[in-house]
Design a protein around this ligand. Structure first.
Ligand code: URA
Length: 242
C-alpha cells in the first residue's frame, strides 16, 4: 500500500536532514515568455481544462496541440509511455527524430541507454515506470538538428506534464539532463547539471533526482559512474518511501 503524503514528507525531511536536501533557486518561469518564438502560455481556462483531463482526452489534446511552433514540424506528438500508475517517472528533454517518427519517447540510441540504466536499477520500461519529456514535440533548429526547447516552448507544454504527474502520482522523478531539471524545478536555465546532482530536490511534494541525459552519457562515457551514483540516490529515496 502507498504511503500517505504526510509520511512521505516526513521521510523526505529525514533525508534532507542527512544533507541531501534540495537547493531552492526559484524563478518566475512563465513571466515574460509569452509569444516568444511563436509559443504562448496556456490561458487560465485552458489550464483548468487540462488539469481535469483523464488520459485519453489528455493524449488527444497533446496530439492536436498548437500552443507553440513545434507543432509545425511534428510527425507525431510524443506524450509519453509506460505504467500510468508508476512509482518511477523519468523525464527527458523532448523527442528527437526517431521519437517524432514513432510517437514514443527515448526509442533512439539514448533510449537504449536509458533502458539499460533502468535495468541496472532493477526496473523496466513500462513496468512501474513512466517516461515523458518536458516538450511533447520535437524541437529542431534552422539546421534541422535537435535542440533544447526554449523557455517559452517548455512553459507552453508544461501543463501537460503537470497533468501526467498528477494522474500518475509517482513516488520519485528522475530528471534526465538540464532541460528536464531546470523546467521541473523552475530553476534558471543556465544552471549546470553538475550543480544539481547529488541532492534530493523537491517539486511540490515530490522528490526529484537530477542526472545527466543519456545522450550526454553517450558522448562522454566517463560520466557513467556519476550517473550510477545518481540512480542509486534515487533508488535510496524510493526505498526510504516504501
Ligand atoms: N531525448 C529526450 O530527451 N527525449 C526523448 O524522448 C528522446 C531523446
Amino acid at each position: 500500500m502507498r504511503m500517505s503524503l504526510n509520511m512521505k514528507q516526513h521521510k523526505l525531511q529525514t533525508l534532507q536532514a542527512m544533507g541531501l536536501g534540495p537547493v531552492w533557486q526559484r524563478r518566475g518561469l512563465a513571466q515574460g515568455v509569452e509569444h516568444e518564438q511563436g509559443a504562448s502560455v496556456q490561458s487560465e481556462e485552458s489550464l483548468h481544462h487540462i488539469a481535469a483531463l483523464d488520459w485519453q482526452p489528455l493524449t488527444e489534446m497533446i496530439a492536436s496541440c498548437q500552443q507553440c511552433g513545434l507543432c509545425q514540424g511534428r510527425k507525431h506528438a510524443v506524450p509519453g509511455v509506460g505504467d500510468m500508475q508508476a512509482q518511477w517517472l523519468f523525464v527527458g528533454e523532448g523527442p528527437g527524430r526517431q521519437e517524432d517518427e514513432q510517437g514514443e519517447p527515448f526509442v533512439g540510441p539514448a533510449g537504449k541507454l536509458l533502458d539499460n540504466m533502468m535495468v541496472a536499477m532493477g526496473l523496466e520500461r513500462g513496468k512501474n515506470t513512466y517516461i515523458a519529456n518536458i516538450v511533447k514535440c520535437r524541437p529542431t533548429g534552422a539546421d534541422g538538428k535537435d535542440r533544447p526547447p526554449t523557455p517559452a516552448e517548455a512553459a507552453a507544454c508544461m501543463p501537460y506534464l503537470e497533468r501526467q504527474i498528477a494522474l500518475i502520482q509517482p513516488d520519485v522523478i528522475v530528471a534526465l539532463g538540464k532541460s528536464a531539471a531546470v523546467y521541473l524545478l523552475n530553476l534558471d536555465p543556465s544552471t549546470a547539471v553538475s550543480s544539481m546532482r547529488g541532492k534530493i530536490h523537491q517539486r511540490q511534494e515530490l522528490p526529484v533526482v537530477v542526472t545527466y541525459h543519456p545522450a550526454y552519457l553517450l558522448r562522454d562515457p566517463s560520466q557513467k559512474k556519476q550517473v550510477w551514483n545518481d540512480l542509486c540516490l534515487a533508488r535510496s529515496v524510493m526505498h526510504e518511501l516504501q
